[in-house]
Design a protein around this ligand. Structure first.
Ligand SMILES: Cc1cc2nc3c(=O)[nH]c(=O)nc-3n(C[C@H](O)[C@H](O)[C@H](O)COP(=O)(O)O)c2cc1C
Length: 193
């Protein structure tokens, strides 16, 4: 059976390079038999911007943030997928704030048990598609670590497809045949997970 993939879009520019290169990966994953759903983290409504550290999620058996909003509802769907992909441009050596609101709520998908924890995402694959105007070193690789580290902590496999030196013009990345090939190959890889 085809893999179930969810892509969480964190690129604020609808016609930006991040979404354009991600579309190539998504199309390729679908071509290789995966079922791909998409969440647009930029447009989700929320009652609180991120996690408010109420720890109510730790008091219940359910893997769900108790804040009753769209961000919580979408985060709660993540355990139903085999592969969870973040797609983001790097902003200030980190994730765009709109996506960070979503990421912080993923705390509701773990249960702390003393020094240890159980995660509803353990055994899954976490992946990152990221673009940046600058280089890989001390820049895009920092963003990568911010998704690879939680993946490691939750017992997930991790894959990434990073695109440094991207100029801000629309279509810049998708005019580059090497980038397009890399994006297609990444889609094939995700579909195999
Ligand atoms: C607010 C802001 C902060 C940025 N910070 C970084 C950064 O820290 N490192 C970097 O390499 N590029 C940075 N960039 C450039 C974007 O990451 C880059 O242009 C990216 O490819 C944009 O993707 P998009 O075309 O999907 O919007 C920044 C851009 C903006 C608007």
């Amino acid at each position: 059976m085809g893999k179930k993939i969810v892509v969480v879009h964190g690129g604020p520019r609808k016609k930006g390079n991040t979404r354009a290169i991600t579309k190539i990966t998504v199309d390729s994953a679908r071509k290789h038999g995966a079922k791909v759903d998409e969440i647009d983290a930029i447009n989700l409504t929320f009652k609180a911007p991120g996690c408010i550290a109420c720890f109510k999620c730790q008091e219940s058996e359910e893997y769900k943030c108790i804040i009753d909003d769209e961000v919580a509802a979408k985060v709660a769907t993540l355990p139903s997928y085999d592969v969870i992909v973040l797609s983001a441009p790097i902003y200030w050596w980190s994730y765009p704030a709109q996506l960070k609101i979503f990421i912080d709520r993923i705390f509701s998908l773990i249960k702390l048990k003393g020094d240890d924890h159980i995660s509803a995402l353990s055994g899954k694959t976490m992946a990152l598609i990221a673009t940046g105007g600058g280089e890989l070193e001390n820049n895009l690789n920092l963003l990568e670590a911010q998704w690879r580290n939680p993946a490691d902590m939750m017992g997930c496999k991790f894959l990434s497809s990073l695109y440094p030196d991207v100029l801000p013009e629309e279509g810049f990345l998708t005019k580059n045949p090497d980038a397009v090939q890399k994006a297609k190959e990444f889609g094939r890889l995700l579909a195999m997970e």
